[in-house]
Design a protein around this ligand. Structure first.
Ligand SMILES: C[S@@+](CC[C@H](N)C(=O)[O-])C[C@H]1O[C@@H](n2cnc3c(N)ncnc32)[C@H](O)[C@@H]1O
Length: 243
C-alpha cells in the first residue's frame, strides 16, 4: 500500500483511529489539512516529508499524491474528520485509481455526529428524531429550502456559518417553526469549543461572532443539550482533567 487517505477526526487529536495513528507514525510523507491537530502532525517520523495542503489547489494535491505514490513511498494524506464526508477524499481516490497508484481509505470520526455530541446533542433520539439530513451550506442557493423545511428530524449543516442567515430565512419562509431549537458548535471537540444555542429565528444573530470551523444543528434534539451539556465537561481538556 503506498497512499493512505486517513481521517484525522474532528479536532481532538485523541479521536483519530488506532489504524490511522499507526500509519502516521510510520509514513515517509505526510500531506495534511490545515485543520488537522498539530499533535497528529508531530506524530510523523522526524525524517518524514511534511506538506500542509493550505497553499495547494485540489488538482495540485491529487498530482502530489500520485507523484509520491509512484515513488513507492508510504504516504499518508491526513484529512479532517472522515475523508469521504465533505472532504474531497473521493476526488483524491479517483485520481489515484486513474493513475494506477495503490491506495486505501482509513475512515475517521466525522464531525457530523461527534461535534454535536461534544455539545450534548445526540443527532438522533428515540421519539424526537429518527432521521438526519446532512447538507453543505457552502452555496445556500443550491439547497432546496422548501424540502428542508418540511423534512422531519435533525438537519446538520457543514460549512454553513457564513451563509447561516440565508439558510434560516429560507427555512422560515417555507414554514419551519421559528422556535425550532438550533445550535452552532465552533471548533467542536477542541479546547476552544464554543456552543451557541437559540431558537431558529435567532440563531444567525446569536452565532455571528463564532469562528470557523463550525457546524450548525437544527431540530428538537438540540433541546436535549439543556439537560446534557451541563453534565458534560465544557472542553475535551476538561474531560482529561476530570478523569
Ligand atoms: C471541508 S468540511 C470537512 C468535514 C470532515 N471531512 C468531517 O468528516 O468532519 C469542513 C467543515 O466541517 C465542519 N467541521 C469540521 N470540524 C469541525 C469542528 N471541530 N467543529 C465544528 N465544525 C467542524 C465545519 O462545518 C467545517 O466547515
Amino acid at each position: 500500500m503506498t497512499v493512505s487517505l486517513v481521517g484525522a477526526g474532528p479536532g481532538d487529536p485523541g479521536l483519530i483511529t488506532v489504524r490511522g495513528l499507526e500509519l502516521v507514525r510510520r509514513c515517509d510523507a505526510l500531506v495534511y489539512d490545515r485543520l488537522v491537530a498539530e499533535e497528529l502532525v508531530a506524530e510523523a517520523p522526524e525524517g518524514a516529508m511534511r506538506v500542509c495542503r493550505e497553499t495547494l489547489s485540489q488538482a495540485e494535491i491529487s498530482e502530489l499524491l500520485v507523484r509520491l505514490g509512484r515513488r513507492g513511498l508510504d504516504v499518508v494524506r491526513l484529512k479532517g474528520g472522515d475523508p469521504f464526508v465533505f472532504g474531497r477524499g473521493g476526488e483524491e481516490a479517483l485520481a489515484l485509481a486513474a493513475a494506477g497508484v495503490p491506495f486505501q481509505v482509513v475512515p475517521g470520526v466525522s464531525s457530523l455526529a461527534a461535534v454535536p455530541a461534544a455539545a450534548g446533542i445526540p443527532v438522533t433520539h428515540r421519539g424526537l428524531s429518527s432521521q438526519v439530513t446532512v447538507v453543505s451550506g457552502h452555496d445556500p442557493d443550491a439547497l432546496a429550502p422548501a424540502e428542508l423545511a418540511r423534512t422531519p428530524g435533525t438537519l446538520v449543516v457543514f460549512m454553513g456559518l457564513g451563509t447561516l442567515g440565508a439558510l434560516v430565512d429560507g427555512l422560515l419562509r417555507h414554514g419551519k417553526p421559528p422556535a425550532t431549537p438550533a445550535a452552532v458548535v465552533s471548533r467542536g471537540t477542541t479546547a476552544s469549543q464554543t456552543v451557541v444555542r437559540a431558537p431558529l429565528a435567532e440563531i444567525a444573530a446569536a452565532a455571528e461572532s463564532l469562528e470557523q470551523p463550525a457546524l450548525v444543528v437544527i431540530g428538537e434534539v438540540v433541546a436535549l443539550a439543556e439537560r446534557l451539556a451541563g453534565a458534560l465537561p465544557q472542553t475535551v481538556d476538561a474531560v482529561r482533567a476530570a478523569v
